[in-house]
Design a protein around this ligand. Structure first.
Ligand SMILES: *[C@@H]1O[C@H](CO)[C@@H](O)[C@H](O)[C@H]1NC(C)=O
Ligand SMILES: *[C@@H]1O[C@H](CO)[C@@H](O)[C@H](O)[C@H]1NC(C)=O
Ligand SMILES: *[C@@H]1O[C@H](CO)[C@@H](O)[C@H](O)[C@H]1NC(C)=O
Ligand SMILES: *[C@@H]1O[C@H](CO)[C@@H](O)[C@H](O)[C@H]1NC(C)=O
Ligand SMILES: *[C@@H]1O[C@H](CO)[C@@H](O)[C@H](O)[C@H]1NC(C)=O
Length: 534
């Protein structure tokens, strides 16, 4: 009898221990009331609108994202805040266009500055509201001194400081033209390949420390997934809400896929990379679900359209071909204000809060992420500045279909002065005061042209931006005054706002460098010895 009792007790204890062990693998955050939701913002790099299967039936490589679309809300008229990297990211993290936050073109390996220090990031606002904040992936908003992500509101950082083609690696991947591996001798280091950065090997940071230089690109996706999973676990265990900004390396070149192309089923590097990204997003979504899906809002989008000059290594603009520009040479994707440059895939997923399987045609912008998350976190917008984004939570929750009436698209490299607003959207109309094409696959560049009165397309019947309205037509005459007024009002708003200036100066000392004695700043030859950044 006593022995039986003891046995039962032991069995019970064993079960409890097992249960405890099982629970420890889950997340404490699950029990936390959803007073402040968790946020995960996943940003793809150079992903085209047509690279999302749910948007474009020809694409069959995104099963996880397509499922997320059927379980959440898919936005078909969602725009990045610029069609190039640093400005797009700066706007996402400040809710303000480059013409206000000062970031109007990309930062370099030797950039001294970054996103102006008196701009307030989303991470800073959320951190003040009690959130644990992390950024995993590509930063590209300044890496030197106080511009490093750990000083911009992020408790945790793991990733590369800029694009992964801005430094050589020993695993150079698919690129056009192909880039050489990192030189191992000083003599080789001074003869860089065409269009390739080879002088400073690509570094990988964890917080302020370079943990690898050059980065092993082959394992990077898996490492991002692991670090993101750990971050979510740690944050959930702490019982505090978290904000994770996951800025993926996919699908910007070079493309590096973990599975080597063996056998006839290799779909080509671009599609393989898209699939790898899709799988990674699926992993993060699953991890978030294990920590309480009903507490976590996941927003997936991209930084800008595809990088057309990379030919078959670039993504798909879907129907947004920018036909008017293409007839004149150059590409109408990344770096341009054509739809292919800034209309990007966007999905919002939050089971129980955001209705499932809904397609929204509301005109939205990546600048909306900032005010929306700030509002959901019951925090306040930083004072003394105006924002381009709005709180769009009513659209997310299916209570409204009303997006922006106007959106302003800054020049981003292909034409005009960077950051300047020379194209805008008014309802279904798109107006251009300046046009130009970026470098295309065939090497052509569309010349800059100025249009006064503006070139106007009606996207409701011409998504490919092929035939501008006839300036004498009634439709043109009817919409022109509203376009002119919208631009004048916007410029007046900018003129009376607090506008920041980015420091774009360069100094070789600003390069992130593990060991200046070694060619290309390698960490120790075997890549094992981390060095603190000063
Ligand atoms: C990164 O910094 C955070 C915040 O200071 C700290 O909690 C974490 O342990 C650091 N991680 C590493 C790997 O240094
Ligand atoms: C890079 O990472 C891959 C996958 O993790 C691994 O197989 C390979 O050995 C690594 N290469 C180097 C040079 O460390
Ligand atoms: C989503 O909606 C589409 C069209 O409205 C429908 O065909 C499909 O079955 C729905 N999917 C789910 C998972 O409900
Ligand atoms: C600009 O900043 C000043 C002082 O910081 C403030 O008084 C003013 O209201 C701000 N302007 C706007 C448009 O917020
Ligand atoms: C940042 O500082 C600059 C220079 O003092 C100022 O002109 C600008 O208005 C400030 N930006 C904000 C958002 O306050």
């Amino acid at each position: 009898m006593e022995i039986l009792f003891l046995k039962t007790l032991l069995l019970l204890a064993g079960c409890l221990a097992g249960l405890f062990y099982y629970l420890s693998d889950l997340c404490v955050g699950e029990k936390r009331t959803a007073e402040k939701p968790n946020f995960i913002v996943i940003l793809a790099d150079d992903m085209g609108w047509g690279d999302l299967g749910a948007n474009w039936a020809e694409t069959k490589d995104t099963p996880n994202l397509d499922r997320m679309a059927s379980e959440g809300m898919r936005f078909v008229d969602f725009h990045s805040a610029a069609s190039t990297c640093s400005p797009s990211r700066a706007s996402l993290l400040t809710g303000r266009l480059g013409i206000r936050n000062g970031v109007t073109h990309n930062f370099a390996v030797t950039s001294v500055g970054g996103l102006p220090l008196n701009e307030t990031t989303l991470a800073e606002v959320l951190k003040d509201a009690g959130y644990i904040t992390g950024v995993i992936g590509k930063w590209h908003l300044g890496h030197s001194g106080l511009y490093h992500p750990n000083f911009r509101g992020f408790d945790y950082y793991f990733g590369i400081p800029y694009s992964h083609d801005m430094g050589c690696t020993d695993t150079p991947g698919y690129n056009l033209p192909p880039c050489p591996a990192c030189p191992r001798h000083s003599a080789a280091a001074s003869s860089p390949g065409r269009d390739c950065y080879t002088k400073v090997a690509l570094p990988l940071f964890e917080n302020g420390t370079i943990v690898q230089q050059p980065v092993n690109l082959t394992g990077l996706a898996a490492e991002y997934a692991e670090k993101a999973t750990q971050f979510i676990q740690r944050a959930s265990d702490s019982g505090r809400p978290f904000f994770l900004y996951l800025a993926l390396a996919h699908v910007h070149v070079p493309l590096v896929v973990a599975q080597p192309p063996s056998g006839s089923s290799f779909p080509g590097p671009y599609r393989a990379s898209l699939r790898e990204m899709d799988a990674l997003v699926g992993q993060i979504k699953d991890k978030a679900a294990s920590c309480g899906a009903e507490n976590t809002f996941l927003w997936f989008t991209g930084d800008n359209g595809p990088w057309a000059q990379k030919c078959e290594l670039a993504g798909s603009v879907g129907p947004f071909s920018g036909a008017w520009q293409r007839q004149r040479g150059g590409s109408a994707a990344k770096q341009t204000t054509w739809e292919g440059g800034h209309r990007i895939p966007a999905l919002a997923y939050w089971p129980g809060r955001i209705p499932a399987n809904v397609t929204s045609a509301a005109l939205l912008s990546a600048t909306d992420i900032f005010p929306t998350l700030v509002s959901l976190a019951k925090a306040s917008l930083p004072p003394h500045r105006r924002f381009d984004g709005s709180d769009v939570s009513e659209v997310l929750f299916g209570q409204s279909h009303q997006g922006h009436k106007t959106l302003f698209h800054p020049n981003s490299g292909a034409a005009g002065k960077d950051g300047e607003i020379k194209a805008l959207r008014l309802a279904q109309y798109k107006a251009f005061y300046t046009t130009g094409g970026a470098k295309a696959c065939d090497g052509s560049i569309g010349l800059e042209e100025h249009h006064q009165p503006p070139l106007v397309f009606n996207l409701a019947r011409d998504v490919q931006e092929q035939v501008p309205l006839d300036v004498r037509a009634g439709e043109y005459q009817a919409v022109l005054p509203a376009i002119t007024r919208a631009l004048a009002d916007f410029l007046q708003d900018i003129a009376t706002d607090n506008v920041s200036m980015a420091d774009y100066s360069q100094d070789p000392a600003a390069r992130p460098c593990c060991n200046p004695q070694l060619p290309v700043c390698r960490c120790q030859a075997c890549g094992s010895s981390p060095a603190a950044m000063d």
